[in-house]
Design a protein around this ligand. Structure first.
Ligand code: ADP
Ligand code: GN1
Ligand code: MG
Length: 352
């Protein structure tokens, strides 16, 4: 087999007749490695165990959440194989396989005739994306949240992200601090964002926590959002964070790694479209207070993402996949440009 996927992985999942030419690298995620095997109609994924060191807990969360969702989808007459992920166990009945080099792999059904976007193509698709992420929160509102493992502790605890940023500054492992004085100043001046979401003030819900636009599959024929993917970070969290990451990735006029920051701003029409979809999807669950803080979620998550990208740059690019040396710095700059624009537009964001 090729250097990426060993024969033992394929044998474990009963895919022995699959050859290296059948594996197509898929998607643009920053964490896992995803392969599409068209002739079997499946997606094979290598779990990034540096980010998710407990694959047992990770898969336990995901399998229980998808089983729960499948029951809901069946009850409302939907298609449980299309509207949520279906994981396929190994021949030994486990939901992941650990290779001899300690890579962990999982297999799921490919959901066909769908597309996912890196950038929102139009308002209709983006409203659908908001609707899917909002409905996800509604569907999981009666899932026993306390039984979920915290697979990445303090994932969206922005003050903890701020402390990690301070540590990265202090260590300055790659001697890069001197190159990013302006970015550091921008982020330290806005430290107040890291305290906005206080755990005791807002209800903890079962949230997705990685609501990037490309984590929604849109039906290629109808244009409707049908499935929420990338369930690794489903954990208790705040609805405003899910709203915020959707806006950060989908209502931005440029890609997350656009080098020309003059192209980066908040597209207000897209903002409104996502807001309408999200609040419609989660209408049975969200309180007025949660709804009133959705714009703050967009700003806090964009701020947090700038902290995370810059910390990774200072630490020597050890967390996110990067394509070139300054990739994390470029990503930081787009987050800063987007946040600056949101700062200006926040009165209008609050008015909707
Ligand atoms: P990562 O954690 O690296 O972001 P994802 O689980 O999001 O990985 O998968 C990467 C991409 O693969 C997604 O953005 C989506 O486009 C596509 N994808 C993932 N799972 C499926 C699936 N079951 N069916 C069809 N496409 C999928
Ligand atoms: C990662 O895996 P992906 O690309 O969907 C990251 C998110 C970040 C995002 C930034 C587990 O998401 O938290 O917001 O990159 N996932 C994890 O693009 O850290
Ligand atoms: Mg993803």
């Amino acid at each position: 087999m090729n250097s990426t996927v060993s024969d033992s992985v394929l044998t474990a999942f009963d895919l022995s007749d699959v050859g290296s030419s059948d594996l197509r690298a898929f998607g643009n995620g920053h964490i896992n490695d995803t392969f599409f095997i068209e002739k079997k109609g499946v997606i094979l994924q290598r779990i990034n165990t540096r980010v998710f060191p407990q694959p047992d807990e990770l898969m336990d969360n995901i399998v229980r959440v998808t089983s729960f969702l499948k029951e809901k989808i069946k009850k409302r007459g939907g298609n449980p194989d299309r509207e949520t992920l279906t994981f396929i166990p190994t021949r030994e009945g486990k939901y992941y396989f650990a290779d001899t080099d300690n890579s962990c792999w999982r297999l799921m059904k490919y959901i066909g005739d769908t597309v996912s976007y890196e950038k929102a193509e139009n308002k209709m698709f983006f409203r659908e994306t908001g609707l899917c992420f909002g409905s996800f929160i509604d569907d999981l509102s009666d899932f026993p949240a306390s039984t979920l493992h915290e697979v990445i502790p303090d994932f969206h605890d922005t003050s903890s992200r701020y402390r990690q940023f301070m540590k990265a500054l202090e260590k300055d492992r790659k001697n890069r601090v001197k190159k990013v004085k302006n970015e550091i100043e921008f982020l330290t001046e806005r430290e107040f964002y890291s305290h906005f979401f206080n755990r005791s003030e807002f209800p903890l819900r079962v949230t997705h926590n990685d609501t990037k636009l490309n984590n929604i599959l849109i039906d290629g024929k109808t244009g409707h959002g049908i499935c929420v993917v990338d369930l690794d970070t489903v954990m208790p969290g705040f609805a405003a964070h899910d709203f915020g990451d959707g806006i950060r990735t989908g209502a931005c006029t440029a890609n997350e790694d656009e080098r020309d920051i003059s192209k980066v701003s908040l597209d207000f029409d897209m903002y409104r479209a996502f807001y309408e979809g999200f609040t419609d999807g989660a209408k049975r669950t969200l309180t007025d207070k949660e709804i009133s803080t959705l714009p703050d979620g967009a700003m806090v998550i964009t701020y947090e993402q700038a902290l995370r990208f810059l910390s990774d740059y200072l630490n020597g690019d050890i967390y996110y996949k990067t394509d070139y040396g300054e990739h994390n710095l470029v990503r930081t700059k787009t987050q800063i440009a987007l946040l600056s624009d949101m700062d200006e537009k926040s009165p209008a964001m609050r008015q909707i």
